[in-house]
Ligand binder design. Structure first.
Ligand code: CP
Ligand code: NVA
Length: 304
């Protein structure tokens, strides 16, 4: 079997993605009932982090341990990656030592280059352009609460960032309609919007995008690497806050998600996470289960 990577949701077929969501739900049930499932015995996950993380780091590290394997945290501060060792060389060396690798970095092209030279499966744990692991957790969460997302309407409010781009891929792969509300100049990747024009529409006011939506999602206004733009972004996004009042304009059974970390008083009102429509804690937990399903699939294929 040739080696597979998970750099965006488009690396997997819709059927494979549906399988991953179902498998994540099964692995969650196993974990909750304390049934051991340890196919990764003796295997190692390499974790390269060039940006900060709480959820991604802990869910991958705990996930590898729960699957019977282990994980090594690698930061540019204390590896040769941070001292300019070429990505191609690092990929060839690391992939001879570990069995699967996840990377959180800046340019998506760095991840693609690493994957090209890696003899082990590579997982995108966030780049400036995409965050596909978060989408697995988000879709799992929607399915657990409301059933299939196929044919539903999702509203993305705020920055057209890495999460928004991944929502566009998800709209295609999981078959839903996506309404993006963002200020001018903060649109998601233009080529993606054009390629998915049948599923994605851009709006300039949040209330237009959320009308009738079954899921409302937002994210920080300044992503990692954009800290110096914080003040100008606060101005640009001032009208793009998600609140219970905005949620009232969505479908009656709408859910609210945020990949976290969140900034109360900026992209969400101070009371949004405590609203009964918010499922952010389930969403965060599902990173663990979805990524266990993902690692199992990349290492051993589909479990029948
Ligand atoms: N949602 C997410 O990826 O969180 P971390 O930055 O804490 O990993
Ligand atoms: N868009 C955010 C997501 C963090 C999980 C960022 O890239 O910083």
């Amino acid at each position: 079997m040739s080696i597979r990577h998970f750099l965006t949701l488009c690396d997997f077929s819709p059927t494979e993605l549906e399988y991953l969501i179902e498998r994540a739900i099964q692995l969650k049930a196993k974990h909750r009932s304390k049934q051991a499932h340890t196919p990764m015995q003796g295997q190692v996950l390499g974790m390269i982090f060039e940006k900060s993380s709480t959820r991604t780091r802990v869910s991958f590290e705990a996930g590898a341990a729960q699957l019977g394997g282990s994980a090594i945290f690698l930061s540019p501060r204390d590896t040769q990656l941070g001292r300019g060792e070429p990505i191609e060389d690092s990929a060839r060396v690391l992939s001879r030592m570990v069995d699967i690798i996840m990377i959180r970095t800046f340019e998506h092209s760095k991840l693609e280059l690493f994957a090209k030279y890696s003899s082990a499966p590579v997982i995108n744990a966030l780049t400036d352009d995409y965050h596909p692991c978060q989408l697995l957790a988000d879709i799992q969460t929607y399915v657990e609460h409301r059933g299939t997302i196929r044919g539903k309407k999702v509203a993305w409010i705020g920055d057209g960032n890495n999460m928004c781009n991944s929502y566009i891929n998800a709209a295609r792969q999981f078959g839903f309609e996506l309404a993006v509300a963002c200020p001018e100049g903060y649109e998601p990747m233009q080529s993606l919007v054009e390629q998915n024009a049948d599923r994605v529409k851009i709006f300039r006011t949040p209330s237009d995008a959320v009308a009738g939506a079954h899921l409302v999602v937002t994210d920080v206004w300044a992503s990692m690497g954009q800290e110096q733009e914080q003040a100008e972004r606060e101005k640009a996004f001032a009208a793009f806050q998600v609140s219970p009042e905005l949620m009232n304009k969505a479908a009656p059974d709408a859910l609210f998600m945020h990949c976290l970390p969140a900034h109360r008083g900026e992209e969400i009102s101070t009371d949004m996470l405590d609203d009964q429509r918010s499922v952010v804690w389930d969403e965060a937990e599902n990173r663990l289960h979805a990524q266990k399903a993902l690692m199992e699939f990349l290492l051993y294929g589909k479990q029948v």
